[in-house]
Each structure stands twice: as structure tokens, then as C-alpha cells.
Design a binder for this molecule. Structure first.
Ligand SMILES: Cc1ncc(COP(=O)(O)O)c(C=O)c1O
Length: 456
């Protein structure tokens, strides 16, 4: 059996406890004791069979995209909450789960050093960034949003949705925003918001906050930190000094996005947006003729763009953080440190193996690399073959198309500024990846030798 099942009993026991809270109600026999409908079993068998058509995201040999299994406590707490199915839009629909959301979000804000904040959960990183850029646009109307050319594509799309001008800032040869290129843009005087990505989606690169903040002193702009992927690494004790310097300055941002459904052990969709100044709540101000009646306390819908939201997501997050507090040196931090160790060790092996090209050492837990070959076209073709061959051996990697310039310091490839090359990519997001490195590397070596004759 590969899939964890211990939470099923836990769920049954906690369901009894939840049920006891409603004992004052008159029995509604049609709910509680209706005989099981035999069609349910048939449909569920069909569902389970259909779900087999997935990569094994939960297994350490799945080392491809940023997919992390939720913690069993998150799974159980989420499922338990669905028996109530609270809606965190308003206290009318989700009283307990709104309180848990406020607590859990305050703990995330405190992780970044914010004792005061305004924030809430939402569907994911895209929605969270949308809210942050919407607020930026309300504060600096018509001004440009800029983000690095390695930032998530969502920033460009969101800017288009918000009808705000957008520009990409070039990156250095490690995929980080180039501060001198940013300064040239700022000199034009039309930038309202700089998006710094602390952990890019492709390579886990960390934009340099010390330099970006120096530029903010000179030019003045709103700083939004997209830490959807990387944010939790602020708890890790094994970051390189340069990376740590940026993480230590995240608290100076005006807004932060972090995705509990990435490294926070949550089921999808659980994103989180935080604002340093609670006063931005005024921008969200609106009335609702339907809700906001049962209490004069803050309804989360009053400070979010989405209306209905799953209270279950807040319940799961709260339970996870109750079990695994967001503390440096704690059990949760150790999981991130294991992922980071795995990436460092994996990169070292690749660097010492003449079959591979490693453009740069990983800053977080994402490694990109490519098979050594004579031309860009041969490298790309070999990456694709290795990716396919590894999958046949149950090792699931990812692919990424990167600018060839990232490899320029170590390889004599002929290229132009716009050339890209297909590379292999592995997000070592599960702590178990560290213990599985030998097996992962053994499969990779085997497929590189046998499936790719052009790798020398
Ligand atoms: C840095 C970054 N920002 C934003 C997003 C978008 O987040 P979501 O997929 O949760 O909408 C991602 C997703 O990978 C990301 O890595």
C-alpha cells in the first residue's frame, strides 16, 4: 500500500466529536441514518480507477513539478470541515473557520516578522498576486508594474487584466532580477510597483532584496514580494548567505504572497496575501446587501476580492500549523531544510559528473541542468529523450526552456541573446527526496548512458 490511510480512523473519531456539538438539534433521521445508497460505491470505484491516471505525486520518485502531498493532518481537517462546509466569505457562513483563518494567517505574517498586517487566504498564488497588484494599482493608478523576466507569467497577465502597463526586468546569469537594469527603468519615473520574486517558479532564483530596497529609497515605489513558492524557506537555516540576506528583508515589502498549497503542506487551493499596512483594507471597502449581518466583527469577505471561499482550507491550514508551528529550528523548518539539502547534494553530483551542465547552484530546492552536447539543438533533444526515458523507469522529472545565456559561464555554446535551450528540472519539494537521492541519481545515470547516445 503506497497511499497513507491512518487518517481515516482519525477522521471518524473527530467526526463524532464534531457531531456532539450539535446534540441540541432535533434528530433529522433522513440525514444521519439513511441507508447507504449502493450507487455511491460504484461511482467511487469508478472515481478511484479514473484517478489512477496520474503521476505518483506522493512518491519520492516523482521529482518533477512543484507538487507536494498535503500533510495527513491537513487532509483530515479539510475533510472533517466539509461535513459543515463553511464559507469564509462572511461570519454568517463560517464563524469558526473564519476565526481559524485569522489565526493561521497571523502566524504566517509573524513568520515574516509582521506583528500587524492585513491578510487572508484565497484560491492560490494567482489570486493572491491579483489582489496585491490590484491594491498597488489603486495606490499608484496608471503606473507600471515591473517584474523580472523569470517571474511567474501571472504578473504580466494580471497587469493586463487590471489594465496597468507592465514591463519585464532582465535577469542575471543566475535568473535573478538585475538591479542595474531595474534602475534604468526606474529612472523613467513611471514605475508604481516592483515585484520581487523570492523563489522563481522555474529555477528557484531569489531576486536581490538588499539592492532592490536601496533603489526604493532612491526612487520610491511599492514593493510586492511574490514568495508564492519560496516564502517558507525563510525558516530554513541552510540558505546561502546571499539568499538569506534577501529573505531577511522580506518584512520590508508592502505586500507578500505565499502559497500554503506549495510548501505549506496544504491541499489546493490555498494561497495567502498579506499587506503590511492594515489601512489598505479601506481600498476593499464595499457593502453587501446579503451578508455581514450576524456580527460587527470583521467578515473576511470585507477584505478580499473573492466572495465564497472554502472554510475547509482555513481549517486545514490552522490544524497543520497547530501541529507544526512555523518556527525556525522546528519540525516544519526541518522539512524545508531537507529539501534544500537534497537540492544542494543533487547539484554537487551533477557538477562533478562530466555528462552534465549545471548553470548555477540552486538557491532553494529546485535544480536545473542539461546533458552536455555540442549544440543547443542537441542539448534540447537529449533533455527530451532523458525526460522520456526516466519516466519509463518511474523517475518523473520536469523540463524547462531557459535562456542559453544562463550556461554561458561554463560552456562554449554559440548563441544569440534570445536563444533558449530545453533543460531538465527537478523540484525536490518532498523532504524524503534527500534519502532517495542515490536511487534518483542511479536511474538518471542509467537513462543518460543508455537512452542518449549523443551524450558524451
Ligand atoms: C512564484 C510564483 N508565483 C505565482 C504562482 C502562481 O500560483 P498558483 O499556481 O497557486 O496560482 C506560482 C506557481 O507556481 C509561482 O511559483
Amino acid at each position: 500500500m503506497h497511499l497513507e490511510q491512518s487518517t481515516l480512523q482519525l477522521l471518524k473519531d473527530s467526526l463524532k466529536q464534531l457531531d456532539a456539538g450539535f446534540s441540541a438539534l432535533p434528530p433529522a433521521a433522513e440525514i444521519a441514518s439513511s441507508p447507504p445508497d449502493p450507487r455511491l460505491a460504484a461511482v467511487m470505484t469508478e472515481v478511484a480507477t479514473k484517478l489512477q491516471d496520474n503521476y505518483p505525486y506522493f512518491h519520492p520518485l516523482y521529482a518533477g513539478q512543484m507538487l507536494k502531498p498535503p500533510h495527513p493532518i491537513a487532509r483530515a481537517a479539510y475533510a472533517l470541515a466539509t461535513w459543515i462546509n463553511p464559507n469564509n466569505h462572511a461570519l454568517d457562513g463560517g464563524r469558526a473557520s473564519s476565526a481559524l483563518e485569522k489565526e493561521a494567517v497571523a502566524q504566517i505574517a509573524a513568520m515574516f516578522g509582521w506583528q500587524q498586517h492585513l491578510g487572508h487566504l484565497c484560491g492560490g498564488g494567482t489570486m493572491a498576486n491579483l489582489e496585491a497588484l490590484w491594491v498597488a494599482g489603486q495606490i499608484n493608478p496608471g503606473k507600471k508594474i515591473v517584474a523580472s523576466d523569470q517571474s511567474h507569467y501571472t504578473h504580466k497577465r494580471i497587469s493586463a487584466v487590471l489594465q496597468l502597463p507592465f514591463a519585464e526586468v532582465p535577469t542575471d546569469n543566475r535568473g535573478r532580477m538585475d538591479p542595474s537594469a531595474l534602475e534604468k527603468m526606474l529612472a523613467a519615473g513611471d514605475v508604481g510597483c516592483v515585484v520581487a520574486t523570492e523563489g522563481t517558479t522555474g529555477t528557484g532564483s531569489v531576486d536581490p532584496l538588499p539592492e532592490i530596497l536601496r533603489l526604493r529609497e532612491r526612487y520610491g515605489f511599492r514593493l510586492h514580494v511574490d514568495a508564492a513558492y519560496g516564502g517558507y524557506f525563510t525558516l530554513a537555516s541552510n540558505l546561502a548567505a546571499e539568499t538569506r540576506a534577501s529573505f531577511d528583508l522580506i518584512s520590508r515589502a508592502d505586500s507578500i504572497v505565499i502559497d500554503p498549497h506549495k510548501h505549506g503542506l496544504q491541499p489546493y487551493g490555498c494561497g495567502c496575501v498579506l499587506f503590511r499596512a492594515p489601512e489598505v483594507g479601506a481600498i476593499y471597502k464595499h457593502d453587501s446587501p446579503y451578508t455581514y449581518f450576524t456580527s460587527s466583527d470583521l467578515h473576511l469577505g470585507e477584505i478580499s476580492l473573492e466572495c465564497s471561499r472554502p472554510g475547509a482550507a482555513a481549517v486545514a491550514l490552522w490544524a497543520t500549523q497547530r501541529l507544526l508551528p512555523l518556527l525556525r529550528g522546528g519540525e516544519f523548518a526541518a522539512m524545508l531544510e531537507a529539501s534544500r539539502d537534497a537540492a544542494v547534494q543533487f547539484a554537487e553530483r551533477l557538477e562533478n559528473d562530466k555528462r552534465w551542465l549545471l548553470p548555477f547552484a540552486p538557491e532553494l530546492d529546485i535544480v536545473v541542468w542539461a546533458p552536455r552536447a555540442k549544440t543547443i539543438a542537441e542539448i534540447s533533444a537529449a533533455s527530451q529523450r532523458i525526460f522520456d526515458a526516466a519516466a519509463k523507469q518511474n523517475l518523473h522529472l520536469a523540463l524547462i526552456r531557459l535562456p542559453v545565456k544562463l550556461f554561458s559561464t561554463q560552456h562554449n555554446l554559440q548563441y544569440s541573446a534570445t536563444d533558449t535551450v530545453l533543460c531538465l528540472r527537478s523540484v525536490l519539494i518532498k523532504p524524503e527526496h534527500r534519502d532517495w537521492l542515490d536511487r534518483i541519481y542511479a536511474i538518471l545515470s542509467r537513462v543518460a548512458d543508455s537512452a542518449v547516445s549523443s551524450v558524451s
